[in-house]
Design a protein around this ligand. Sequence first.
Ligand code: SF4
Length: 387
Amino acid sequence: MKRASSRPIRAGNVTIGGGNPIVIQSMCATRTQDIDATVDQARMLHSAGAGLVRVAIDSAKDVNALAEVCARVPEANLVVDLQENYRLIAQVAPLVSKVRYNPGHLYHHEKQKTVREKVAFIAETAERNDIALRVGVNCGSVDPEMDAKFAGADEPALDGVTAMVESALQHCQILDDLGITRYVVSLKDSDPRKVIAGNRRFASMRPDVPLHLGVTEAGMLPDGAIKTRIAFEQLLTEAIGDTLRVSLTLPFAEKWREVEVGRQILEDIQAGRFRSVPRDFGEGLNIISCPSCSRVENEAFIDLAFKVREMAAYAQDYNITIAVMGCRVNGPGETDDADLGLWCAPNFVNLKRGEEELGAFPYDTVLDRLKVELDAIIATKTGVTTA
Ligand code: SF4
């Protein structure tokens, strides 16, 4: 299962790749500025066995909070998820052991600068501070230029995979040109088939680059663990993957389960215990939901995700995807492929059906409207109106 071909990358007290044991990592879902809650969750994830604990940063106030979190849980080997404000790496790099940037998010600030200039700033800051980088590409928020360039390049079931892989390869080339080698790459989607296809393709082209595996927005248990297991079984048995995260929508007090599920999957694969992958995997109702992070706009999101699943249970035999996301930044894009998409704001929930935005609804009425839309989709598919 070890992927000896990838180069070893040190991040704090762990080494990723180079045939080292696979590092399980996780991420705090708390608001970073809620220092006590973030410290508690970082401690919980570390105690559960996370080799790296990630925290999201998007403002100077987040950076100040991070400094205190680092001081209070130095053992957690903290890493940072840079959001749009990539220049914050200058403040966070001295505090943490690794920083992730998303190539699809480099467009929001300083539009006059090129991607290459922004990556150079990130990479040189990381190198000066002796920390590792992750190029974290998500199919749902891929660089718009790559998205346009490779539109239609994939069969429908794998739509977006080529743009995701090409974006990762482009950033590897920029880093290579800068002489930076201390980086890992991730290629994630909520559909395990895209995760498998993207990582296989990337690994065949860049076997030297360590891979961080994950099925993003995998949803709630047990489905989220099953989707993740399917991807990890396929990839890890081909020796693809050096570190991993399981992304689950969980109450904050149970966030440790992300680490536990990751460990269980690894143990099962190591022991040769595989779950069969049914031919019709992916048929029926599919609910995807994000694991939440410091960006979540109202913690009622987690409750909402569970209620959506409960309400929609009657539709389990229909090939319908419902996506539930925690914020207005990534929600619109991450729900693009769903039949019905919801993304949360502080006091209301946005709803769309396919590409049509249906409006914003209070938390206590959005389920009623969602059900109306779900019934309408079922009626279109079957020609039968449900009661
Ligand atoms: S959709 Fe928003 S809240 Fe959910 S994980 Fe992504 S950034 Fe965080």
